[in-house]
Design a protein around this ligand. Structure first.
Ligand code: SF4
Length: 511
């Protein structure tokens, strides 16, 4: 007789299956990642997928549009997260693959979708991103895009195929791969006209390429300001600062007129250097290394400028590239951050911190947590990166601390560790709100996506100024925890009930 298994009965809950697998692999039980990977099942993974990062990068390109080759759900998922996070209208087209396209190939759908998109939006640039489905059925988007171009109907539109299989990595790899694909498409080796380089005929003011991952729109504006204090222009590849945080106007444009233009993209090889902020993706994903290897533009790969040490790295790199002194204004801002660190230090030690989300952001925030004397209990990401683990372990050693490091993880595991380690403050994207709701652990929303609060795009946590704003926010959360219930605690400590006549212990008075 066949036994019908009812869903949600005890024997088939996800928890029970995991418990069984843990039992079977008792020897591995201490290694959470290994255990998790063996089970190959995640509950609410701690990452977004690759086309999400691709769509985000394309939003920072002027007059660009994205079409996602896959099922409608993929583009809806991306649109929904981006629209809620940025509170801006987010248009992303889809080739809407259905059963027929899945079985016989999605070329027809993609071509129809592409034509509709051009009719509606008249873009200058179109990024064609793939998804799990398009990659699994083996659609050759290079060929499909070539066939679209060969019709001659779309003269003047730059159509760029970008492979971003959802399972191929996180949004971080999707973001960097898309920037690299833009470079590979637009940047060409200079052609000589007589003795003069054709592309260099126009005089160019000195500039630096900046590639910045996991930044808010305000962070981009802040880093731009810092670079420009050195007297050079910063070209952000891409530039989401105004595109995804646009001021209100009476005129609505379907496509963003902000962001890096295709003309600027063609000129990135004339930069003094490329500074890539967010150095944890593998070298094969790095646009800065691509520009260096192919065109000789010097590459600097640095951590996100969060906290004093990481921001110093950026400032010193800029001084080195430009062979100049650090501007006075930045020295003043650094001094102000140090002053703020001194203000915070007497409260920082009460912080038992968990950070989760994108690996670059987790690493940046972990640096700020450690350099301010808080206790890092957990650093978790959905990505897999050898560099993430190595760099974090070395940072922890430097500050004589130990923390749980999770990669390729999910929110169920994160919750378990937070409970075990007695974390009192979490920082990460909105997906952590379930832990906040259920376990009442204090929570600062940071990273992407933040869809249950407003203003995520205006938050500034990078640079000396942003780090200070962020440190103040953290310290104020810790102070609120201290003050919450303070009177009641003091009353209970210093006015014991008469009948108990229990003497007050010194350590009771401290807590
Ligand atoms: S993981 Fe795959 S199926 Fe899911 S939204 Fe991303 S690309 Fe689409």
């Amino acid at each position: 007789m066949i036994k019908v298994i009812e869903p949600n009965t005890d024997n088939v809950t996800i928890k029970a299956v995991k418990a069984l697998m843990t039992e079977i692999h008792r020897d591995d039980a201490k290694d959470r990642n290994k255990d998790r990977n063996y089970v190959n099942m995640q509950v609410n993974p701690c990452k977004m997928c690759m086309p999400m990062g691709g769509a985000l990068a394309l939003k920072g390109v002027k007059n660009a549009m994205t079409i996602i080759h896959g099922s409608q759900g993929c583009s809806t998922y991306i649109r929904r997260h981006m629209a809620a996070h940025y509170n801006e209208p987010i248009d992303i087209a889809s080739s809407s693959l259905s059963e027929e396209g899945t079985v016989y190939g999605g070329s027809k759908n993609l071509k129809i979708g592409f034509r509709n998109l051009v009719n509606m939006y008249q873009p200058e640039v179109v990024g064609v991103l793939t998804t799990c489905l398009a990659e699994t059925i083996g659609d050759d988007i290079e060929r499909i895009v070539r066939e679209v171009r060969d019709t001659g109907e779309f003269e003047g539109i730059d159509i760029i195929p970008i492979p971003t299989p959802g399972y191929g990595g996180s949004q971080t790899e999707g973001y960097f791969d898309t920037i690299k694909a833009l470079m590979a498409y637009f940047v060409k080796k200079p052609v000589h006209v007589g003795k003069v380089l054709e592309e260099a005929l126009e005089p160019l003011e000195p500039f630096i390429n900046i590639i910045l991952s996991d930044a808010t729109c305000e962070d981009v504006r802040e880093i731009k300001r810092m670079v420009e204090l050195f007297g050079v222009k910063a070209i952000f590849i891409p530039d989401i600062s105004d595109a995804l945080d646009a001021p209100f106007t009476n005129h609505y444009n379907k496509l963003s007129e902000e962001g890096i233009s295709r003309e600027e993209l063609k000129k990135v090889i004339y930069a003094k250097a490329t500074i890539e902020l967010g150095d944890l993706v593998g070298p094969n994903h790095s646009p800065a290394l691509f520009l260096e290897e192919e065109f000789g533009v010097k590459a600097y790969r640095l951590p996100l400028p969060i906290g004093i040490n990481n921001t110093d790295c950026l400032v010193h790199a800029l001084a080195e590239v430009l062979d100049t002194d650090i501007p006075k204004a930045l020295e003043v801002e650094r001094g102000r951050l140090m002053d703020g660190m001194i203000d915070a230090h007497k409260h920082s030690a009460t912080g038992d911190i968990a950070v989760f989300g994108d690996m670059n952001l987790v690493m940046g925030i972990a640096g700020l947590v450690l350099e301010n004397g808080m206790h890092l209990k957990l650093a978790a990401t959905g990505s897999m990166s050898k560099r993430f683990k190595e760099q974090l372990e070395s940072k922890l050693d430097q500050y004589h601390q130990k923390a749980e490091i999770l990669q390729d993880t999910d929110y169920e595991t994160i919750r378990e560790v937070i409970q075990q380690e007695g974390v009192n403050l979490m920082m990460g994207p909105s997906d952590g709100k379930f832990i906040w709701e259920k376990d009442h652990v204090d929570f600062i929303r940071v990273g992407f996506p933040v869809h249950d609060h407003v203003g995520a795009q205006r938050k500034n946590l990078m640079g000396y100024k942003g780090s200070l704003i962020f440190l103040d926010e953290i310290t104020n959360h810790l102070l609120d925890q201290k003050h919450k219930g303070y009177r009641d605690r003091m009353y209970q400590t210093y006015y014991p009930k008469k009948e108990s006549h229990k003497p007050i212990q010194a350590d009771e008075a401290v807590r």
